[in-house]
Design a protein around this ligand. Structure first.
Ligand code: SF4
Length: 379
């Protein structure tokens, strides 16, 4: 498996909790699209990348700020420069309040076949308090327009642990989204990031984080509710109806190869050694380097086999199916349970290890305490 990621770093307005690389802007500047096309061409000429791609993912930011014509230009460039399989998954993130029926139809015509809609909550008061630009009704309009445009593979993002949010409000949101029959739900817990307006509010005493116990109850209730409604938990925060797990993200968690375009985008490919690339994180630098015919790289990291192995474990243990033992053995010549004997002992002693001939995974408790579990592999 191999994927392509395209970063669209613009949002109508910054949400109060967000530390992603994105800038407030009403539309995507043509200069950015031009720079993306230049980068795509430049990378394709290097030739040091997978022979074919199984997924394309537009993330952000708010990719639905792209006009239909801009999306068509980018997709055409990707399809021209790379071998993207006919049955590839082509996803984009979108936010209610930035879509129109015409744009959604144009995205569909450009080949996009999966939408990930940022809803976060069905309660307008909560949406307003975290600085989202939309209401629940606007989300409903977006969902209907997406379906009218022919989208049949739709994810909805929800959050829990928001200041003042109650368990019942979170359960209401989950039930409503399930009743709407979307194929996939991403259920994230709020992370309070430094240098965000929400962080300032919390530290200034104007907002309070929920008690950890309540957040844990929300997480548990969410897992139970989604599983009872037929959504399989395949990753810590991701749930899908059968056949609708996100292939692009699965490729990350299997530590597969991918290219990344746009500011702050990352890539990982095998070039002799497993190699990670990170693009520069400012628009000025990104456009300046491309203008001079240079790849806009901030960092290139060639991993040792030991580091590559650790990455595989770290990413794979996010999945409820864990690390595939045969794939790990084929990649490293070692069985994953033999590669880390001390870590395995500690996990077994705590009852956090799930082992079979096929996989090695964390139990539900182990997934809840994933950071601690991964710490055992660092010693
Ligand atoms: S829409 Fe997403 S990327 Fe944009 S500011 Fe909000 S959370 Fe951040």
């Amino acid at each position: 498996m191999a994927g392509i990621y395209v970063h669209i770093p613009f949002c109508l307005r910054k949400c109060a909790y967000c530390d992603f690389v994105s800038f407030a802007c009403g539309s995507v500047p043509e200069a950015y699209v031009d720079a993306l096309l230049t980068e795509i061409k430049l990378v394709s000429r290097g030739g040091d990348y997978p022979a074919a791609f199984d997924t394309v993912f537009f993330g952000g930011g708010t990719p639905s700020l792209l006009s239909g014509e801009q999306m068509q230009r980018i997709m055409k460039s990707l399809e021209t420069q790379f071998d993207i399989r006919a049955d590839a998954e082509r996803s984009m993130e979108c936010n209610p309040g930035t879509t129109t029926p015409e744009k959604l139809a144009a995205y569909r015509a450009a080949g996009i076949d999966r939408l990930s809609i940022g809803l976060q909550s069905t309660h307008d008061g909560l949406l307003n308090s975290i600085g989202r630009i939309h209401t629940f009704d606007q989300f409903l309009d977006t969902l209907q327009s997406a379906r009218n445009a022919g989208f049949t593979n739709i994810n909805v993002d929800l959050m829990h642990g928001l200041p003042t949010q109650t368990l019942k409000q979170y359960q209401d949101s989950l039930k409503t989204v399930c009743d709407l029959g979307v194929q996939h739900v991403s259920a994230y817990s709020l992370i309070l990031e430094e240098e965000t307006p929400l962080y300032e509010r919390v530290h200034g005493g104007e907002a309070a984080l929920l008690e950890e116990e309540l957040v844990a109850d929300m997480q548990d209730a969410g897992i139970e509710l989604l599983e009872a409604r037929g959504y399989h938990r395949y990753e810590i925060s991701n749930f899908a109806q059968k056949g609708f797990a996100c292939r692009h993200n699965l490729n990350y968690w299997h530590n597969g190869e991918y290219l990344g375009f746009g500011i702050a985008a990352h890539a990982a490919v095998r070039q002799g050694r497993w190699t990670r690339f990170a693009n520069v994180a400012t628009l000025e630098e990104y456009e300046r380097l491309l203008h001079r015919g240079k790849r806009p790289l901030a960092e290139t990291l060639r991993l040792t086999p030991r580091d590559e192995m650790f990455e595989c474990v770290m990413l794979g243990l996010r999945l409820t199916q864990g690390v595939d033992r045969a794939a790990f053995l084929a990649r490293f010549g070692l069985d994953v349970v033999e590669a880390y004997p001390d870590a395995m002992d500690r996990l077994r002693a705590r009852g956090w290890a799930l082992e079979s001939d096929v996989y090695f995974a964390l139990t539900r408790k182990g997934l809840d305490l994933q950071n601690e579990a991964l710490g055992f592999f660092m010693r």
